[in-house]
Design a protein around this ligand. Structure first.
Ligand code: WTA
Length: 645
């Protein structure tokens, strides 16, 4: 297979130059991980008080950098201002309607201090929890950093989630503060947010305040005593208060944020990340993977509602002192060249996006990118799902002009930072492989018993040793944390992904082995959608599987049995789609709903999803072992149905 080594020019200025340099660093980390990470933590982060112990490991619970005092917001802002980088641009913001803001580190520091003062005056303090539900505007990272400054644990809820999903998260976290906006812009339309907040808070009595940023200026109801306008609170600050909001000196294990992600049960898991270790790896990967240097203009197109936005729009780039682009809207508005136009105008040099976005843009043809000068680019990145070789080649040729290395980055909400990816100046790429693990990351491919399967064999991907940015627990449910991640292969972290290692030691991540789907790079649980569907009065049973999809990787396909009655199937399909949109969010709506009299089950009554997956994949009868199936006639009826039934 062809490999793609970086050009000599790229290597010459890279942080890590050549495969030997990578291997040396990897071996150094492997020999003494605690020492390796401790030295980096001292060097790369600013501490109020130095730590005394690198790692305390009581499997599966880790504590990194015990005894130290640190603050993430300080590391993202104050230390750059103190080091003479105040005038450097931190955020280049572009709203979907075309409005722009260039925010320097000094200005960002000022804005974060002001907003931290606002929420401090409302009585919020370290240990409290805030839900953030906002569009992709500068006030979103400002809200995160203001919380971090005070030690308030934040949980960002992606703007595409519904009121129901928002409520479940606010309740699970026992949040007392919500930060939101009247709305945001997407595809030329206003996306309303405040209505969902109001609906969700009917059952969240512990939320005392909702702070609302005015983005669109549309008329929204404000509940007296609870809802407050951001700009009004800001205007009330006196100059002295606003300027003076020192970052709290926090324990490195202080909870920085909780991010909910789909697991194998109906209820999303609150993945907890803490301060010191998380920040260290978010910062290091900016250098190792994105090869960041002071003159780069970096752009990650993810939404801050997902982990990629946390680590690679907010904490990683700002802690590393990058100039980072923040774009509010959709890639196809007002036309299919919005991405290429932004890259040209802002001279983006590092561009990090998803295979889904790439595939959607390929479809629109090469004229769109070819109209633009993309010569500022020097590095491309991909995340969220395996990138198929055709999409890789297009990205490499049409966007990168065969000049820019591509970093295919494998990681998860739980890992906090990139785990497997080429160091672009060191590791030659192979299209479709995330290549080699980063220093300090020991991965293996194992069988069901936890034994290594050897090269070129498919197995479960596990991580063998604790790493600083690892998930600390599932919020409020340490048992679930242990069971989900640490019990399959005792002592190792179970990723839930299948993978294969080739003879060069390169890893090929093949996809999930559990009931988690990956739709447009968004993680969705089959169980979560099934439990939404069975809430509908017409539905008796539901089984959901992922179906291969040309653009989004997978699409949601639901098999539904109905309660007794006369149903208009076409109307009901529409209604059920809407219903899932209401229960979870529009992005979780099934693309396909098939009605059936029965679902394939084992004799003990378990739905055999494997068979359903085969049906949607092969469009014919399943070929695998069906001996455990209770009622054989079910299969014939299911596989004879077509998409438009
Ligand atoms: C998948 C997103 C192949 C994988 C950062 C993982 C990938 C899940 C890649 C995590 C990649 C992510 N190649 N698969 N480069 N990146 N995945 O938590 O299945 O939203 O387990 O984190 O996405 O999704 P999550």
């Amino acid at each position: 297979m062809t490999t793609y080594p970086p050009s000599d020019d790229f290597v010459k200025r890279a942080h890590v130059q050549g495969l030997e340099a990578y291997r040396a660093l990897y071996e150094q980390a492997k020999a003494d991980p605690e020492k390796f990470w401790s030295e980096l933590a001292q060097k790369e982060l600013s501490w109020f008080k130095p730590f005394t112990k690198g790692l305390e490991w009581n499997p599966p619970f880790a504590k990194w950098f015990t005894g130290g005092k640190i603050n993430a917001s300080y590391n993202c802002l104050d230390r750059h201002v103190a080091a003479g980088r105040s005038a450097k641009t931190a955020i280049v913001f572009e709203g979907e309607p075309g409005d722009q803001r260039i925010i320097s580190y000094q200005e960002l520091h000022r804005l974060v201090c002001r907003f931290a003062s606002v929420i401090k005056q409302l009585g919020y303090k370290a240990g409290d929890r805030a839900i953030i539900y906002m569009p992709m505007i500068p006030e979103l990272p400002i809200a995160l950093l203001a919380c971090a400054r005070l030690g308030i644990t934040h949980s960002v809820v992606f703007g595409g989630f519904s009121a129901e999903a928002l409520k479940a998260r606010a309740q699970d976290l026992d949040a007392t503060l919500v930060i939101t906006a009247d709305g945001g812009w997407r595809r030329g339309k206003e996306v309303a947010l405040k209505g969902a907040v109001d609906e969700s808070l009917e059952e969240c009595p512990n939320v005392r305040n909702v702070v609302v940023y005015k983005r669109t200026g549309s008329d929204i109801p404000m509940t007296a005593g609870r809802d407050l306008w951001w700009h009004e609170l800001d205007q009330k600050l006196n100059a002295q208060e606003a300027e003076n909001c020192p970052a709290e000196e926090l324990d490195p294990e202080h909870p920085l944020f909780v991010l909910y992600t789909s697991g194998t049960t109906g209820k999303p898991k609150g993945i907890l990340h803490t301060t010191g270790g998380y920040l260290l790896q978010a910062t290091m990967t900016m250098k190792w993977v994105f090869d960041l240097s002071p003159e780069d203009v970096y752009w990650c197109t993810a939404d801050i509602g997902w982990v990629t936005g946390h680590s690679y729009i907010v904490y990683g780039p700002l802690s590393a002192g990058a100039t980072s682009v923040l774009y509010e809207g959709s890639p196809d508005f007002p036309a299919f060249d919005r991405f290429w136009d932004i890259i040209e105008r802002h001279k983006v040099s590092i561009f990090y996006t998803s295979p889904t976005a790439i595939r959607a843009l390929i479809r629109q043809g090469d004229d769109w990118p070819n109209k633009h000068d993309l010569s500022s680019l020097r590095l491309l990145g991909s995340v969220g799902e395996p990138i198929n070789p055709a999409a890789w080649q297009w990205f490499y040729k049409v966007i990168g002009k065969e000049r820019c290395p591509i970093v295919d980055t494998w990681w998860q909400t739980e890992t906090g930072a990139i785990m497997i990816s080429p160091m672009p100046g060191a590791v030659p790429a192979k299209p479709g492989s995330a290549t080699l693990p980063l220093p300090g990351i020991i991965v293996e491919v194992v069988d069901t018993k936890g034994i290594e399967v050897g090269n070129n064999r498919e197995g479960y991907l596990i991580i063998k040793q604790p790493w600083p940015s690892m998930v600390r627990t599932v919020w409020g449910d340490p048992k679930r944390f242990e069971e989900q991640y640490w019990s399959r292969v005792p002592g190792s972290y179970f990723t839930g992904d299948a993978a294969r290692r080739d003879d060069d030691g390169y890893y090929w991540v093949l996809g999930r082995v559990d009931d988690v789907m990956n739709v447009s790079g968004h993680r969705l649980s089959t169980m979560e959608i099934e439990s939404a569907l069975v809430h509908h009065p017409a539905v008796a049973e539901a089984a959901v599987v992922g179906k291969p999809h040309e653009i989004s990787g997978q699409a949601v396909c639901a098999f539904v049995t109905l309660k007794k009655g006369e149903w208009d199937h076409k109307a009901l399909q529409q209604e059920l789609r809407q219903f899932v949109g209401h229960e979870i969010g529009p992005f979780a709506r099934p693309e396909e709903i098939r009605f059936t009299d029965a679902l394939p089950k084992t004799r003990s009554g378990k739905i055999i999803r494997r068979l359903l997956r085969e049906i949607v994949t092969s469009k014919g009868a399943p070929v695998g072992d069906i001996t455990t199936l209770e009622d054989m006639t079910v299969l014939a009826s299911l596989s004879s149905q077509h998409d438009d039934d």
